[in-house]
Design a protein around this ligand. Structure first.
Ligand SMILES: *Cc1c(COP(=O)(O)O)cnc(C)c1O
Length: 395
């Protein structure tokens, strides 16, 4: 229904009309169109676990939902018991000591914390260093804060890591925050602690706040262990890390994550949050405690499932003539687009002629253009079928 507006007033704020279309929403539309045409879709597009949340976590939320104590507003920063569970998890998994009261903040999913960080640290015209390609929220939240995303290229030659030395000196001097994400979405690139040390030195020299996004830290393969950014000396002086239960415990729908690290930085984020949300449902936090402190074989089982799917998809894509590296983490494969196609053209070809949904690399930034992202959130059978169909295209 069109709204009748007084003529001289714009309906939407410029900050939202200047946003690029949210890629995943657009792909959903294309997918629907294909479905309506009767195409049988195998969705290797969006990264959303198809496996259920572990039963002990579901049971914990059911119990907690029945307790009237959990029906009222939660605290802004999250239940202390949840934050203590996060601190214990970080100690055990990442060898990082955190003060649960001062250095842990509960989030309504890490996306919420990432997006609100832009409002905590950026004034209009301020610069954020944003990797390209990247999870779109870093750039879009910066745009929503009327600030300037400065693209930092992640290239194959540099193993999809930013080259801090190549960042323009004036830009580095002005930049206020830097977004980072390893294990990386969409490239599946991983790093060692030595890389984070370089980042910490750069951030110290240039007085930049580092926001490290680490939702895939537990989905690692072949003996690789993803370090926490905070495990590097000096990191807590310059940054925070976002983590999430979404990918580790198949809890994307539950909306719970956390930010940890520098107390002053977390205070800024908390101040924004106290004014726009009222915390995470306590029953969900209690379920989060069950996930973080309960048996972890569910995580091992998850990893085993993704590893098997990864290997099937790699073999299948390679035998279909595509070029793809074997990643050590995440549930994505970042594959080269065959020559002669743009990433959107190739994605549309896969959708229309094979019924296979992938995400065109350009949706993550111009530097993603010669790639497409396959996610592993479909059964091994589905992946095999997708590979057969792609092989049938005779690329
Ligand atoms: C999935 C994802 C998130 C969002 O996780 P939530 O905790 O569900 O909000 C954040 N960052 C990256 C890179 C992701 O892939």
């Amino acid at each position: 229904m069109p709204i009748n507006r007084v003529k001289e007033k714009r309906m939407y704020a410029k900050r939202i009309t200047s946003l690029p279309p949210y890629l995943f929403a657009e792909i959903d539309e294309r997918k629907e169109e294909a479905r309506e045409k009767g195409i049988d879709i195998i969705d290797l597009g969006i990264g959303d676990p198809d496996l259920p949340t572990p039963p002990h976590v579901v049971e914990a939320v059911c119990r907690a939902a029945k307790d009237p104590l959990n029906h009222r507003y939660p605290s802004y920063e999250g239940m202390l018991s949840f934050r203590e569970a996060v601190a214990a998890w970080y100690k055990h998994r990442k060898h990082v000591s955190l003060d649960a009261e001062e250095e842990v903040l509960t989030l309504i999913g890490s996306k919420e914390g990432i997006a609100h960080s832009a409002f905590a640290f950026l004034d209009p015209g301020d610069i954020a260093l944003v990797p390209n390609p990247a999870y779109p929220v870093y750039k879009n939240a910066t745009v929503l804060a009327n600030s300037i995303p400065h693209s930092v290229p992640l290239t194959e030659e540099n193993e999809f890591r930013p080259d801090m030395e190549k960042i323009d000196g004036e830009v580095a001097k002005k930049a206020k925050i830097m977004f980072l994400n390893y294990p990386n979405n969409p490239t599946a690139a991983t790093v060692e602690k030595s890389f984070f040390k370089e980042v910490v030195d750069f951030a110290h020299d240039q007085d930049i706040i580092v926001l490290h996004d680490n939702p895939y830290s537990e989905l690692t393969f072949d003996g690789y262990e993803a370090p926490s950014f905070l495990a590097v000396d000096g990191a807590t002086e310059v940054g925070i890390e976002f983590s999430s239960l979404s990918k580790t415990y198949n809890m994307t729908g539950w909306r719970i994550g956390f930010a940890v690290g520098n107390t002053e930085i977390l205070k800024g984020l908390r101040l924004v949050k106290t004014n726009v949300d009222s915390g995470t449902f306590q029953a969900v936090q209690i379920a989060g405690i069950a996930a973080l402190t309960g048996p972890q074989d569910c995580v091992k089982a998850n990893v085993a499932v993704y590893r098997e799917r990864r290997d099937i998809l790699i073999d299948g894509l390679r035998s279909a003539g595509m070029e793809v590296k074997k990643p050590k983490a995440t549930f994505y494969l970042w594959a080269k687009v065959p020559s002669g196609f743009s990433s959107i053209q190739f994605s549309m070809l896969l959708l229309e002629r094979a019924g296979v949904v992938v995400t065109p690399g350009i949706g993550f930034g111009e530097n993603g253009e010669s790639f497409v992202r396959f996610s592993l959130c479909v059964s091994a059978e589905g992946i095999k079928e997708a590979c057969e169909r792609i092989k049938g295209l005779g690329l």
